[in-house]
Write a protein that binds this ligand. Sequence first.
Ligand code: AHR
Length: 495
Amino acid sequence: MEKYLINPNQKISKISKDIYGHFSEHLGRCIYDGMYVGENSDIPNVNGMRCDVVNALKEMGIPVLRWPGGCFADEYHWKDGIGEKSKRKKMINTHWGGVVEDNSFGTHEFFELCRQLGCDAYINGNVGSGTVEEMNEWVEYMTFDGVSPMAELRAENGHKEPWKIKYFGVGNESWGCGGNMDPEYYGDLFKRYNTYVRDYDSNYHINRIACGPNGNNYHWTKQVMDKVKYHANGLALHYYTVPTGNWDHKGSATEFDEAEYDSTISKAYEMELLVSNHIKMMDSVKPDHRVKLVIDEWGTWFDVEPGTNPGFLYQQSTMRDAVVAGLTLNIFNKHADRIMMANIAQTVNVLQAVILTDGDKMVLTPTYHIFKMYKDHQENTLVGSFLTTKELTSEMNNKKSYPQLTESASIDENGVVYSTITNCSASEAVEIKCQVADTSVTKITAEILTGDIHDKNDFENGERVTVKAFDDFEMTADGFIATIPACSIVKFIIK
Ligand code: AHR
């Protein structure tokens, strides 16, 4: 039996709700079809935004949304996406699928989407192919409340009131699709562009996010940190889980054997090392923790669904993805003192999406259910916890080991403790004994998401994988004894 200790007296830090953030790019059917169908669509919508998707995301507790990319951000010229829609420029989305981008979803539409979702805005600016002036004017357009050319243009386009930007990304993947830059060069550019990202509202600071490393590129972190340490608020790491480790043959989203499952989980667990090591590297440059870590792209990346546009990155999602989401969010929770925000890629119809759509149909993926289960952690206080566990090994991923069980625990302002546990094993259940320090437990409720590693929701059956009440536990004076099934994620609420 494994031992699990939770210490509610050890209050570590607040878990920002923004760790549960999402990412939406002009890529495939994420924005168009997925979230925005236009005012004239037969699909029920409010100002063009799909009601079914908006309602589902609200219920899941979406705190912040990143837009317009991704690689698209460094090709996006915001003035193409304002003003009367029929006059907006039509162009080819050269990066993603070569389809026509009619710019009908632009700045006003993004803020309308955020308004309907009740979430904060994370805008990613264009450093790769845009000018300092263009970025400066966009920030003025969005946030300036006074007499200025951009504020007047915004009013002419129907929005007198300025909007608020919680986060602003200065470039995206500047080491790759965002300009193929060296870290030193990017660091200098960051400082220059960032100078003109003005805080027009002196009572509201825009958090500036610098482009961070790709996976384990610690050199990038060090060099960029050295340049931006007094200017940026966050440094954005990108890390995707590719089961085979081969970008040309990443593996199928739905047809995989147990070895590929194990490899996926072990690769997802590498996030723990990446987060710890990048934080250490950041601390070696600036020990005062002024700059926080952001992970604004993460998730599984498989081969696209057969028969779909390869540039659309459309993939199905199974219980395997749910385990990846559960363990990753546990990692983020446990580093909540240093992680400012994270954004899974991408919200609808792209990569590890929480929602899939087909015409007027909508399906909630297993990953959706994880975000909804974990929403209780948002804005709680992370508390000390420790769970003993067997280590598993992935033959396919160079015999790397990873824990069978992962966990995190938080406490809310009423003293209720929430703990989320993942059992990553495809086949083995585990018995655990939990003790909550200095606590007489009076009530425990629990819920579970579990199934075979291949189980998924699709348009034929959208309810195959759903959250159920979990009662396979016995309450003790100071905790519980439970059996955590294979391939499952369990949440305990302890009063
Ligand atoms: O999320 C898909 C793409 O992955 C993004 O556009 C880019 O930033 C990353 O390479």
